[in-house]
Design a binder for this molecule. Structure first.
Ligand code: SIN
Length: 537
């Protein structure tokens, strides 16, 4: 049903461009991997818009690493594993917590300026962290500062060629080896970009849901193209909904950082009652899945579309200093964080699953790597601990670069061609299809799921698969095909897992069932679905 290539193609007939390392995506994973690779290799970094369009840019809370003398890698490991609800790979978490601090040092050397208080790095706390270990920049603009620093360095680097406004249609593989990618330029011309290594850093899938904190570019391209190429895609049922995105008429679902609760904010239902005490002993700082579902329960009970976040008991000075971006954004909509309770509701935020990798970021396809949200390294398990994603990207980015340094160049142009039976027209405008898909996912594969709904969602998605039999030419069409692919993977995996755990909650199976489900769900286009049992518990 899902074809190997999205377009009819004869690789031998395309112009060939050579580089050492192909980096697909320009968030923290892409920028960091490109910069580190560039010491010894030539790099082409491809972004479908510009260097400033990535999920990283919008990261507010920060980056988790063991910096404080009161903290230890063991505490960070423990917190990550508890949040991951039994599905973390302990060896991957071990790598994260031990190599994270050095990764942060590297970011600082590359020019990132984290906030400092009394001569020390300022550290905040977020949900399910037992210690203050989150570094931040410009209060609540951490991602923006990282992207600023790294993209300045990338643009100035003569070994990095940045291709913006280019779209990667598909990965080129032959006999289990990745040779590079088919790239479409903004004028529609296509080429074969060949590299000795290809690194997917293409981010997540927030746009699959009607309500998301993710930017418009988060359309699951990397997962979908890797799946088409035969990569193992793992744990797709686990979706993290951020509990607190702005929910106000006319305003986008802007993120209200977990750090706001970390600095003391309360959640209140529309009657003004603080309610988290009914749900978890860690109150507003309980794991995200718990807080998000508690909010939905309160919304359902009061027949409301939002709850409030309230930090008005903190001083005006502190609020404006710590959260300048959120303060200003809310004020633009007439909401004053220092005096008003802010209406919020959960929104899709992060994809825990992705393209399965080993501890060096390599996938089951030789020379194909995945880094950042597109990857499934085993760090996040069923539920990501807040602010672990930026650290994961730099830690595994470094390992990927070390691995690539051992590879020799590729000289072959694979004799790959794919001619399907594709019709010329797309019956329904792609923008309508995209909206429909987003509604299906919210309704049937959202925070609360059940068999009947998931089956209905799957049936409705299946009605869209005719897109794969049409001739696609525009970026938006490729994106829709990728979103549909990923939506099918999520829905199938969610239907399969008959228990509730982390970012997957089934109303018909509301309990965690370790006896039958201490395992990952893996999907492979060529070999079908299989399971990987957890061995570290
Ligand atoms: C936030 O600032 O709440 C988001 C941090 C994260 O998702 O890691």
């Amino acid at each position: 049903m899902i074809p190997r290539y999205l377009v009819d193609i004869d690789i031998q007939s395309l112009p060939v461009v050579d580089t050492d390392v192909i980096v697909i995506g320009a968030g923290i994973a892409g920028l960091f991997t490109a910069l580190r690779s560039s010491k010894e290799q030539s790099v082409v970094m491809i972004t479908k818009k510009s260097l400033l369009d990535s999920n990283t840019r919008y990261a507010q809370g920060g980056i988790a690493a063991v910096i404080s003398a009161d903290d230890s890698p063991q505490y960070h490991l423990q917190d990550t594993i508890v949040a991951g609800a039994g599905l973390c790979d302990h060896s991957a978490v071990d790598v994260l917590v031990h190599e994270g601090p050095e990764g942060v040092e590297n970011l600082i050397k590359l020019g990132t300026q984290f906030d400092v208080e009394n001569g020390e790095y300022a550290l905040t706390q977020e949900g399910a962290h037992s210690q203050r270990r989150i570094l931040h920049a410009n209060g609540d603009a951490t991602g923006f500062e990282i992207v600023r620093a790294l993209s300045e360095k990338a643009i100035a680097n003569s070994n990095i060629d940045v291709w913006d406004n280019h779209f990667v249609i598909d990965l080129v593989t032959d006999q289990g080896i990745c040779y590079g990618a088919i790239v479409q330029k903004s004028n529609g011309e296509r080429l074969f970009l060949r590299g000795k290594a290809t690194v997917l850093c293409s981010g997540g899938s927030g746009q699959l849901y009607r309500y998301t904190t993710n930017p418009e570019v988060a359309t699951a391209d990397g997962v979908a193209m890797a799946y088409r190429a035969g990569a193992n895609v793992r744990d797709m049922e686990f979706i993290q909904f951020h509990p607190t995105s702005l929910c106000y008429p006319g305003a986008p679902r802007f993120l209200i950082s977990e750090a706001v609760r970390g600095e003391g904010a309360y959640l209140r239902n529309i009657k003004g009652e603080r309610f988290m005490g009914k749900y978890h002993e860690q109150l507003e700082l309980a794991p995200r899945d718990v807080v998000a579902r508690a909010i939905v329960s309160e919304m359902e009970e009061s027949k409301s579309t939002f709850v409030y976040i309230d930090i008005t008991h903190e001083t005006e000075e502190k609020i404006k200093h710590r959260f300048p971006t959120i303060y200003k954004y809310c004020l633009d909509y007439g909401l004053d964080l220092t005096t008003d309770w802010i209406p919020v509701a959960p929104a899709m935020h992060y994809m825990m699953g992705g393209v399965e990798t080993d501890l060096n970021g390599e996938t089951n396809i030789s020379r194909l790597f995945a880094c950042g949200e597109v990857s499934s390294t085993g760090v996040h398990g069923a539920n990501r601990l807040a602010s672990n994603s930026l650290s994961e990207a730099i830690v595994f980015g470094r390992r990927i670069v070390d691995r690539i340094a051992l590879l020799s160049s590729l000289t072959k142009v694979p004799n790959t061609s794919f001619i399907g039976d594709r019709h010329v027209h797309a019956i329904q405008p792609v923008v309508e299809r995209r909206l429909k898909l987003q509604k299906i996912m919210v309704r049937y594969a959202g925070l609360k799921r059940n068999r009947e709904g998931l089956q209905k969602g799957l049936d409705e998605l299946m009605r869209q698969v005719t897109i794969f039999n049409t001739e696609l030419t525009e970026r938006e069409e490729f994106e829709f095909a990728n979103m549909l692919t990923c939506a099918l993977l999520i829905t199938e995996s969610a239907l399969f897992r008959e228990e509730s755990r982390g970012g997957h909650y089934r109303e018909d199976f509301p309990n965690r069932d370790d006896e039958h489900w201490s395992k990952h769900t893996v999907l492979n286009r060529e070999t079908g679905q299989f399971e990987e049992w957890i061995t570290n518990v």
